[in-house]
Design a protein around this ligand. Structure first.
Ligand code: ASP
Ligand code: MG
Length: 437
């Protein structure tokens, strides 16, 4: 059975939901993962923020606006009163849940439960549309089988048997619909796989049921060889290896949630990126096989902060790196790039919530310098080190653009350079002109 995931835009309007129905209802049995309708999760995040800040008026206004939007959707989504009623009921239930958190002390359980309502509504509404149109469709509650462990990592050991149980319980159907993004944590509470996590849901499910293929449907034809928002004439990439796709997704190609690739790679399940607005396009296929050596794509990740630490004890001090890395680990802050000299280390992070604490602790070991507004530009492909001088090509292309850090050799699939965000556009264009033309 294939697993197909449709993002927020794909189910973002009555029209689009109907289009998704046409797309999937080809008689082939499948499992469909849906995001919340576009804009919904952002609105729910805002509601939770207002509740944390005890700004109840603003929360109520936002809740009312969102509820009105869904009432309008329900009005035009169905023809028959019976299905309209079912749709209304799902919306009511979700908003009753949301409103139940507007009194009393607001906490993380309230926040996560509110955030889950977007996917709960979109899947309930969509399942009704399928049923109204006569398709044998069952709704699988993701909260019954999607699990994360106490480290917030996907708990495949739990997911695998649970989803099988869920499918068996639901019984025979042509189309199974489930929620992306949401899950339960080790305490059994409602939780989620982080923003954009519906892609990850799809690949976890794909791996859990040994799916033939996982398809991620969005509003672009697939991975492009450069960022179409900043560079003109980008081209779609037909095929990528899991490793290349993982690097691209992680380093800024917004089309795929970065964690998505791993479960599929481990089970060797092909992942295909497809465009809801242009379904006949083959999209980008991601498998174990790369499609040849060389540079395939460039991606950029903004919002990077570089931290340089110059050791007080200077040369030959062993344990210096370990001490530094432990600080990042203690503050649960992932590191992206690292470059070192004999006496100094530069490290980049994108999560700066603990920056002040990190800097305070780092100062015990050396002088600390922080540069914000940096961008990692990442060149991806099958870049075998001793062939064809890939690094030289990248540096030649970037002549005249100040490079703050370089990382090469960490994997054969990636050369990363750190530049100031103001130089990002020029960097992407230069790489496009010299490497991808
Ligand atoms: N609805 C969630 C979000 O907007 C999950 C997703 O769309 O993948 O982040
Ligand atoms: Mg989304």
């Amino acid at each position: 059975m294939k697993v197909l995931k449709f993002g927020g835009t794909s189910v973002g309007s009555v029209e689009n939901m109907n289009a998704v129905m046409q797309l999937i209802a080809d008689g082939e049995k499948k499992l469909v993962v849906l995001s919340a309708m576009s804009g919904t999760t952002n609105a729910l995040v805002e509601i939770a923020d207002y509740l944390y800040k005890k700004n109840k008026d603003a929360a109520f206004t936002q809740i009312a606006n969102l509820e009105r939007k869904y009432e309008t959707v329900v009005k035009s989504l169905y023809k028959s009163p019976t299905h309209k009623k079912e749709g209304s009921k799902a919306v009511k239930t979700a908003f009753t849940t949301i409103k139940s958190f507007t009194s009393g002390e607001f906490n993380e359980i309230g926040e996560k439960t509110i955030l889950a309502q977007g996917e709960l509504i979109s899947t309930a509404l969509f399942t009704q549309v399928m049923k109204e149109n006569g398709f044998n469709t069952k709704l699988l509650p993701a909260l019954d089988f999607m699990r994360i462990d106490s480290d917030k990592a996907a708990d495949m050991q739990a997911i695998r048997p649970l989803i099988k149980e869920s499918l068996a319980e639901a019984g025979e159907a042509d189309y199974y619909i489930t929620q992306g993004f949401i899950c339960r944590n080790a305490e059994g509470e409602i939780d989620n796989l982080q923003r954009g996590g519906s892609d990850y849901t799809a690949s976890l499910i794909g791996a859990a049921i040994d799916s033939k293929e996982v398809q991620i449907w969005t509003d672009i034809d697939g991975f492009h060889n450069n960022d179409p928002r900043f560079v003109q004439n980008t081209k779609k990439i037909e095929q990528l290896s899991f490793n290349e796709a993982a690097e691209l997704a992680y380093f800024g190609a917004k089309i795929l949630h970065p964690q998505t690739v791993l479960p599929a790679k481990l089970q060797n399940i092909p992942v295909r990126l497809k465009n809801t607005m242009n379904p006949s396009d083959s999209g980008t296929l991601i498998t174990h096989d790369a499609s040849g050596i060389g540079i395939k794509a460039v991606a950029a990740k903004d919002g990077i902060t570089a931290i340089k630490v110059r050791s007080y004890r200077m040369l030959m001090a062993y344990g210096f790196m370990k001490n530094l890395f432990e600080i990042f680990e203690f503050f649960k802050t992932p590191i992206d790039m690292v470059s070192t000299s004999e006496v100094a280390v530069s490290i980049t992070i994108d999560n700066t919530t603990k920056l002040d604490d990190i800097v305070r602790e780092l100062k015990e070991y050396g002088e600390v310098e922080v540069d914000e507004n940096q961008t990692i530009v990442c060149v991806v492909g099958d870049l075998i080190a001793d062939e064809q001088g890939f690094a030289a090509k990248v540096f030649n292309a970037m002549e005249g653009i100040p490079i703050r850090m370089i990382s090469y050799g960490g994997s054969r699939h990636n050369i990363s350079v750190l530049v100031s965000t103001k130089d990002k556009q020029a960097t992407l264009q230069a790489l496009s002109d010299h490497l991808l033309a």
